[in-house]
Design a protein around this ligand. Structure first.
Ligand code: BGC
Length: 442
């Protein structure tokens, strides 16, 4: 698929009406633990063989959620040997390079983690590393229960190449509620950029670090920028960046860069020594207060058995209420997969209602399926499902969907420089050039 066509797919994604998970009332209880009583697959269990699953899910919450997928797969094949091939590094910062080496060397795992859009279509489908799974959409009825806009992001020439385990909301601002309560600070239903700085200044006055960042993988700081960009310029202009109608050196983008630079002044001094989940741990401990992070952070709170709206809280990243930054996670069928039969069962387990209901409460994402039982999900997930149903849906560049890999890399490089020199003109010029090199600037 040509880049232009992929960009058109991105626009389709954001313009199609995605009515996932809308409807039921929001419960107030904590998320229900996945039950062992989920339906068993109807077909006779297969036996033996291997299944190698490649991902970067190594944090406490990520590993627990991945294990839940394995448990679902074992219902289909209790005796298969599962090879859990993980490479640590949030956002796939290390894993994607290792995977490329394996794929180029003809040594594919059976399946691996993908983001729809450019990452799947540009890096894996275009290179011929994956087989279509369109027949599974028909046999499993996924074509009727997965949002068309997301399927479109995984489709080339009428063939579908991935199945989604869940959909993360990237633009969350998480906070330690007990620390804020002790300071007499209340966070409302939304937060503006100005409100963020007012609260941050109060915290500084009380000798408390406002912002928790862990950017050993620079993507975490790039995500702080991505969320701030969305919050400052709004979803329509944010979308315009990816079709070339908004320039990276326009005054509003530069203003977002200024705001991002200002935010960096409030982060923990050890940010570059920490991973994203170590930063969330600091938030839990109360040595810093806010973290701008996708809702895989929620998985860490679940793993630590913290309580929603008691120990921790959330709000959209400042200024970004009304938008849902999509970071969807899917899995594929490798071409020449060592064990296609087991992988078919694994993909079926992922796309099943039971699989989605078991995995997502632990991972923090919402199910991609539209027919799950909302009562099985807690207050955060219902909040996020409502946001997905009614808000502007925008693609993440930091997590591979909005732009080609060369732009994603150039953004990370530009962020690496900016956190040191805070030079807005240089930052803007680097992104203008990257968009031109990548072929989507007008
Ligand atoms: C993935 C999430 C993952 C996060 C941090 C994102 O790119 O989509 O599943 O939890 O990175 O590792």
């Amino acid at each position: 698929m040509k880049r232009k066509q992929i960009f058109i797919s991105i626009l389709l994604l954001v313009s199609l009406s995605l009515s996932a998970c809308a409807g039921a009332a929001t419960p107030t209880q904590a998320p229900a633990a996945p039950t062992a009583a989920a339906e068993q697959p109807t077909e006779k269990p297969a036996g033996g063989g291997k299944l190698e699953v490649f991902s970067w899910w190594t944090s406490g919450g990520e590993a627990a959620a991945l294990e839940a997928l394995f448990t679902q797969f074992k219902k289909y094949n209790p005796t298969a040997e599962i090879i859990n091939a993980t490479i640590a590094g949030g956002g796939g910062s290390n894993a994607r390079a290792v995977l490329q080496t394996r794929l180029a060397g003809g040594d594919p795992p059976d399946t691996w983690q993908i983001h729809p859009g450019f990452e799947l279509l540009g890096q894996y489908v275009a290179s011929g590393y994956v087989d279509p799974i369109t027949d599974l959409y028909k046999s499993e009825g996924w074509d009727k229960v997965m949002p068309a806009g997301l399927i479109e992001q995984m489709t080339k020439d009428g063939q579908i190449y991935g199945v989604l385990a869940g959909v993360h909301r990237g633009n969350g601002l998480w906070y330690n509620k007990k620390v804020l309560d002790a300071q007499g600070i209340t966070v409302g239903a939304t937060m503006s950029v100005d409100e963020f700085f007012q609260i941050a200044n109060k915290l500084i006055a009380a000798d408390i670090t406002p912002l928790c960042v862990g950017d050993t993988g620079i993507w975490a700081s790039a995500q702080l920028f991505e969320n701030t960009l969305l919050g400052v310029i709004g979803p329509e202009k944010y979308k315009g960046l990816w079709d070339g109608s908004v320039a990276f050196d326009s005054p509003e983008v530069k203003s977002a860069m200024e705001t991002y630079g200002k935010m960096l002044d409030y982060q923990n001094s050890d940010h570059s020594a920490l991973s994203w989940d170590q930063a969330i741990k600091k938030l839990m401990e109360g040595t810093c207060v806010f973290s701008s992070m996708g809702d895989w952070a929620y998985g860490e709170f679940v793993k630590a058995q913290l309580k929603d709206n008691v120990d921790f809280g959330w709000v959209s990243h400042p200024g970004s209420a009304g938008s849902f930054m999509i970071v969807a996670d899917g899995f594929v069928m490798a071409k020449n997969a060592p064990d296609k039969d087991n992988n078919t069962l694994f993909l079926k387990a992922i796309g099943s209602k039971e699989g989605q209901e078991a995995f997502n409460p632990l991972k923090g994402s919402i199910p991609a399926r539209t027919d799950v039982d909302r009562a099985k999900f807690g207050v955060y997930h219902n909040w996020s499902m409502d946001s997905f149903a009614k808000d502007a849906l925008v693609p993440s560049v930091v997590h591979g969907s909005a732009a080609p890999a060369d732009f994603q890399q150039a953004l990370n490089d530009a962020v690496t420089s900016f956190v040191v020199d805070k030079n807005v003109d240089a930052f803007a010029a680097a992104l203008v050039k990257a968009a031109q090199d990548s072929g989507f600037a007008k």
